[in-house]
Design a binder for this molecule. Structure first.
Ligand code: 2BA
Length: 112
């Protein structure tokens, strides 16, 4: 058995949960926050038999589209323009969406 940990954008989460449930997969939805954007995202825990892993990955890939987003990132320079300690931020284009997926082998699965 595998545990799929899938971090997705909030706007994709409902559709993904619906698709997974429709296809008979168990899923747990967690409200999470990305460390870089400091924005909400959604983490899904999906436990599946090994032979179902590929099918679930296909559903995730199909539902979660990646897109570009502008954000501001903090500068870690420590000084700007000769002003030591001045804080700054700069716009960066990041790719969001898609899914960040971890697949773990499950030692034991019990329901007590
Ligand atoms: P965030 O940390 O908020 O990152 C959102 C997106 O910002 C990332 O998308 C990536 O495109 C960009 N990004 C992240 N760090 C960056 C940096 N230092 N410089 C420039 N751009 C950067 P994804 O890579 O698709 O990640 C989406 C979310 O998945 C992340 O949200 C985080 O919550 C999670 N994640 C990604 N990699 C992870 C990892 N190795 N371990 C745990 N969680 C991870």
């Amino acid at each position: 058995m595998k545990l799929i940990i899938s971090i997705v954008q909030d706007e994709d989460a409902s559709r993904l949960v619906n698709q997974l449930m429709k296809n008979g997969y168990g899923v747990t939805k967690l409200a999470t926050t990305g460390g870089f954007l400091r924005a909400g995202n959604t983490t899904l825990l999906i436990g599946v038999d090994d032979e179902k892993l590929h099918a679930v990955m296909e559903i995730i890939e199909h539902v979660c589209k990646s897109r570009k987003q502008m954000t501001t990132a903090p500068s870690n320079l420590g000084s700007m323009g000769g002003m030591p300690g001045a804080a700054a931020s700069y716009p960066v284009e990041v790719t969001v969406g898609g899914a960040t997926v971890f697949v773990l082998s499950v030692d034991q699965f019990v329901k007590l």
